[in-house]
Design a protein around this ligand. Sequence first.
Ligand code: NAD
Length: 322
Amino acid sequence: MNNPKKALVLGAGGFIGSHLVKRLKDEGYWVRGADIKKPEYSQTRADEFILGDLCDKIHCHKVLDVPFDEVYQLAADMGGAGYIFTGNHDANVMHNSAGINLNIAGIAQKVGVGKIFYSSSACIYPEYNQLDPENPKCSEESAYPAAPDSEYGWEKLFSERLYLAFHRNYGLNVRIARFHNIFGPNGTWRGGREKAPAAICRKVAETKDGGEIEIWGDGKQTRSFLYIDECLEGVRRLMESDFTGPVNIGSEEMVTINQLAEMTMKIAGKKLSIKHIVGPLGVRGRNSDNKLFAEKMGWSPNQRLEVGLTKTYEWISDRIKK
Ligand code: NAD
């Protein structure tokens, strides 16, 4: 292609960002990646990769120095329940992620980018709508009155509002998605920031048939999990659309954490017992509501959880064998 579109991916060293870079390259984009670290489990395919701290405004000016056609803002101080629900990282989570978004929203507007995507989270939804594990409510308009159960969720809500304010006051061309538990190969699978699917795959892969794995809580809490490829399909469709959002990008296949563990054992061909232990949990129930996305985009994710979980289990168990 003679004059490819130029994209900037912030958080390109992370799980979703590294996959997004690959997807954009496959679509013919010229891509600059930026992160404080390179991807851990793959070589970046970015044409250019700038290492540095996006909390530093001077550094952000270097990263976002030209009017990119598209900017994808995925950089955040984040992790799974063991990182964001313990309370031990609240100050860093709020300060670092809000700092990045304040820098980027302001510079994107001044430089004049074509479009900017912001990755918000299902963690913005109020706890009072997610007490019944069978009937959680996560439709977009139910975000208010706001009552997220974590500082991570409050920062995401603040930053959604920040980008929307730049959209209203300065015409910044924004797209906002609320991701619901994205998983897949090349994601964090150990070390404390991993999320439930990766943690369970690791525990099952490490345990001999007939053994025991530990699960936080009674395992009856519900969630849905979206495979990375479908997440990227949703992001690209949103970016190509005229819809600002915020809109959910998630799966509607809700399972309990016990069911997720049973499904992983089936994939692994192992029978293990589950020991329920005390641990950080998050809300009691959560599921994506895809009505708005389907209405605006004419598509919604439909791959069965087992398909993506099989690929993720194989990737993690291969790493353990090495
Ligand atoms: P990730 O942690 O793998 O990626 C985030 C990246 O941001 C990391 O590579 C990290 O190094 C980078 N980063 C953090 N602070 C930085 C800084 N100061 N300077 C430069 N880089 C910095 O997470 P992910 O799963 O790929 O998530 C991407 C985005 O999607 C995040 O904004 C996250 O909050 C959001 N999100 C993810 C999920 C999910 O299930 N994975 C769900 C909801 C929302």
